[in-house]
Design a protein around this ligand. Structure first.
Ligand SMILES: *[C@@H]1O[C@H](CO)[C@@H](O)[C@H](O)[C@H]1NC(C)=O
Ligand SMILES: *[C@@H]1O[C@H](CO)[C@@H](O)[C@H](O)[C@H]1NC(C)=O
Length: 182
């Protein structure tokens, strides 16, 4: 009986040490720097992570260091500050439509700021202008704009994000890559 009790006490202490270690591992410089983010932060050890970095091109894929679903501008600022402080690469993902995975930074270990939730659309009919959040997809934009009697000519694929599309950078890079491969 006595030795059983001793064993229990030893096991208890072992548990405590193990738990303390786990807590230490979780509080990496990255997680603690991003702790004030209001949106979701998804790390590679999360079960849903692999499904969040897939698109139609299964031949090319990269593993980001973290996916940050920015809830507002402050989250984007915090992410950029953390990337600067920790000397990490950072990229924005709007629709994630780059087959060469520029939405994931085009390489491993990039901090990805997903803009899906930056999706306000404000239309000023008088001024004929619209303020469109960078996470909006073309389908939704066409729908909202047409209800107000407007249209932008941007292509037929409804799931393309306006962020990358408006910048045009992804297309230019893709073209450049295919030309330099020829
Ligand atoms: C994993 O990510 C999902 C979002 O895709 C989130 O709801 C969940 O809380 C995360 N789990 C952990 C353990 O962080
Ligand atoms: C295009 O590709 C070439 C060769 O790979 C590179 O030198 C050049 O900087 C690229 N241009 C742009 C605009 O990315």
């Amino acid at each position: 009986m006595k030795s059983m009790k001793k064993l229990n006490i030893i096991l208890f202490f072992l548990w405590c040490i193990l738990l303390i270690n786990l807590v230490k591992v979780n509080a990496s410089p990255l997680t603690s720097c991003l702790s004030s983010i209001k949106g979701q932060t998804v790390y590679p050890n999360n079960k849903t992570f692999p499904s969040l970095i897939l698109d139609e091109n299964l031949y090319v894929n990269y593993t980001p260091s973290v996916l940050i679903y920015a809830a507002n501008n402050q989250d984007v600022q915090t992410s950029i500050n953390c990337a600067t402080k920790l000397k990490m690469d950072i990229t924005a993902r709007s629709g994630g439509h780059s087959y060469e995975k520029y939405g994931l930074g085009g390489r491993n270990n990039v901090m990805v700021v997903d803009l899906t939730n930056i999706n306000e659309i404000t239309i000023d009919s008088k001024a004929k202008t619209a303020k469109i959040g960078a996470g909006n997809r073309l389908g939704v934009i066409y729908d909202k704009l047409s209800q107000a009697g407007f249209l932008i000519p941007a292509g037929t694929c409804p799931s393309v994000g306006i962020g990358g599309h408006a910048l045009g950078g992804v297309n230019i890079k893709l073209l450049n890559h295919s030309f330099s491969n020829i």
